[in-house]
Design a protein around this ligand. Sequence first.
Ligand code: NAD
Ligand code: DAU
Length: 339
Amino acid sequence: MTQKKVLVTGGAGFIGGNFVQYMVDKYPNYAIHNLDLLTYAGDLTKHQSIEQQENYTFVKADIADREVIMILFEKEQFDYVVHFAAESHVDRSITEPDIFVQTNVVGTQVLLDASKKFGVQKFVHVSTDEVYGELDFDPMIFFTEQTPLAPNSPYSASKAASDFFVRAYHETYGLPVNITRCSNNYGPYHFPEKLIPLTISRVLNDQKVPVYGDGKNIRDWLHVWDHCAAIDLVLHKGVNGEVYNVGGHNERSNLEVVKTIIAALEKSEELIEYVKDRPGHDKRYAIDPTKLEQLGWKPTYTFETGIAQTIQWYLDNKEWWERILSGEYRGYFEKQYKL
Ligand code: NAD
Ligand code: DAU
């Protein structure tokens, strides 16, 4: 197989971390470079099993640091860039929008400039279905790649802005790009500030689970490994300039999700606590993945099989999420790399 040098940004985070492990295992001939700033969401302890592999390299850097990024691209001459690095939590974007613009918009534009200057063969921009805004509860209506962008939170506005820059670099400079827009992910190494890992960890600790508003908002859940396979496919087979939606038709209300987890862990629904709603809370997301399926992608998990696997993973990896909750993971980089 041809050797390729791949830059994965945000590979210490949830989806990027799963993707790095997937690529290191699947493509022994590829050199996988994981670039991450190690913000609160970046955790390298998850990569202890691959950090000695010859085809894996870690670089600590800020995607918005133009000088550092240009030097790195000049030195490494990457073939592919798969761009996950972002501020990703909607609630944080409501209280601190500035960093979302800096990382998600400015950081993406710096990477695009470097990719253009140093001849990257493919730039895959990992975006989100949230750029389309919200759907109402009509079960026959889905987000397609033609749905107009109408972001409602500072997070989704910053992602939509970055999507437009990616599109513009293709249209204006001919940069070979793809944009993927996936629905809500869940699975191993999901940071416990997001609904599913937050619920699992709190229920296991017999703590109350905060449900926003009436709990009727709907999300379309996809197991993270199915998302990784989709990105792999788009990286190798995606038609330049195209957008691909990623989702597996697994719509559930938040209340259904929380109750499923409580039942699986044999705890009481009295743990549910209804709290003040999220401002601008999108009602429903639902993806039409037909275009990606036509490229050859099919998810392997249903919500039932995926949530069972995920709950078991959190039971088996209690020390990982306890380390995250305690903040202990933050010293790992300094210890490991003797800084
Ligand atoms: P995450 O918050 O778990 O991880 C983000 C990673 O980016 C972290 O490791 C963090 O340290 C790193 N990072 C942040 N700022 C950086 C910077 N300036 N320079 C370098 N690294 C930086 O996020 P996630 O949930 O894994 O999401 C990854 C990507 O996928 C994001 O772009 C997000 O918009 C998109 N996405 C997420 C979901 C989801 O359900 N989580 C769904 C669709 C799309
Ligand atoms: O759709 C893709 C998006 O999914 C990604 O782009 C985002 O990066 C990712 O964080 C996720 O966004 P959501 O806002 O949908 O995920 P979150 O886990 O924060 O919330 C899921 C739903 O659960 C949402 O309707 C809000 C609700 N919720 C969330 C939390 C954290 C609660 O009811 N209680 C909570 O404590």
